[in-house]
Ligand binder design. Structure first.
Ligand code: ADP
Ligand code: NA
Length: 321
């Protein structure tokens, strides 16, 4: 019996939010029970835009520790840059892709338009992403809408390579993560909560102290009515709080049981604080022993190198190296 292989990468920069947790990390944690999961912290991808070396190194470790603390500890979780096969396969895929199809990527066009100087790696980024996925012979890749086009390109490159040089890659499929909740900004409930949001008031970060979490939720923007009802169009703030309560408590919320917005907010604050407490605690333990975290990441990188060396050798051989 073959198990399904899942690959997913997490950005190395930015402070992870409750939105990232409920929309991406928790679904990844649950997938560990049903598939062979490989997760990477994509520090190489962080080099595609202006960056600060020391901050990148710190954030990368922090993200890895946070993902472990969130429960991604029953899969292969490693730092992308520690496995040279990613960059080597990326070059083989750059040599399989066409310049035109890279330039057509919507994300490249949008990000390039917003910058004066565009790094070449921003253009070739989808080849590296394809390498991440193909290296692990992943069957399924959980992707948000913004990565769908890149996954399509990954499939095109895998098919083209297989056609030109012989069957080498598994052609992966995109899956929309199951159980993924969409969390809205607490201050602007019509926008999604994001680590790149300008306002801190609407964003809960996974490492926010419990008092900050409670304050942000108690001050969440709601409408002027009083009835607690799930109605995203008319009551986006209240609906978001009900969704948060359900996602954090693991059972459907009961809007009619709340006589006031304040009572609902209290329960939401409690549920979110309870969700984040064990994560903070495990993160603290991991950070208290940096040598142990280094050892964990080193062992994981070694395993990733071992697991991918066969595929890399096959790709080199197929393309004529
Ligand atoms: P951010 O906007 O915080 O930078 P990204 O766009 O980098 O997040 O997305 C990283 C992952 O987290 C994706 O899988 C995305 O679907 C998920 N995600 C991000 N924000 C939210 C949110 N507010 N609610 C649910 N999932 C989210
Ligand atoms: Na983002």
């Amino acid at each position: 019996p073959t198990t399904t292989r899942v690959f997913s990468a997490f950005q190395a920069t930015g402070r992870l939010t409750l939105g990232n947790y409920l929309g991406a990390i928790l679904p990844a944690v649950r997938l560990q029970d049903e598939a062979d999961c490989v997760y990477a912290v994509a520090d190489l991808h962080a080099l595609t835009v202006k960056h600060d070396p020391a901050a990148l190194r710190t954030r990368t470790r922090e993200v890895a520790a946070l993902l472990l603390a969130c429960g991604l500890d029953r899969s292969l979780l490693y730092l992308q840059s520690r496995v040279p096969a990613h960059t080597e396969l990326s070059y083989l895929l750059e040599s399989t892709a066409y310049e035109g199809e890279m330039r057509r990527m919507i994300q490249f066009k949008e990000k390039a338009a917003a910058q004066k100087e565009v790094r070449l790696s921003l253009l070739t980024y989808p080849a590296l992403m394809a390498a991440d996925i193909l290296l692990h012979r992943a069957d399924l890749v959980p992707v948000g809408d913004d990565q769908r086009q890149h996954l399509e390109l990954t499939r095109d490159l895998a098919l083209r390579f297989n056609h030109l040089y012989g069957e080498t890659f598994v052609v992966p499929r995109a899956v929309h993560p199951r159980f993924a909740a969409r969390v809205m900004d607490l201050a602007v409930p019509t926008a999604k909560m994001s680590k790149s949001s300008a306002s801190d008031a609407g964003t809960i970060h996974l490492l926010d102290p419990p008092a900050d979490v409670r304050r942000k939720i108690m001050r969440a923007v709601t409408d002027s009515g009083t009835e607690v009802r799930h109605d995203p169009a008319a009551k986006p703030g209240i609906s978001n709080l009900l969704d948060l309560l359900a996602a954090c408590s693991g059972r459907p919320a009961e809007p009619s049981s709340y006589g006031s917005y304040g009572a609902l907010k209290k329960d939401v604050a409690e549920a979110v604080a309870e969700t984040l407490a064990p994560i903070r605690e495990r993160f603290g333990l991991l950070c208290a022993d940096p040598a142990e975290l280094d050892r964990l990441l080193e062992t994981a990188a070694t395993e990733a190198i071992e697991r991918t060396s066969g595929l890399l050798a096959a790709a080199r051989q197929a393309i004529g190296l």
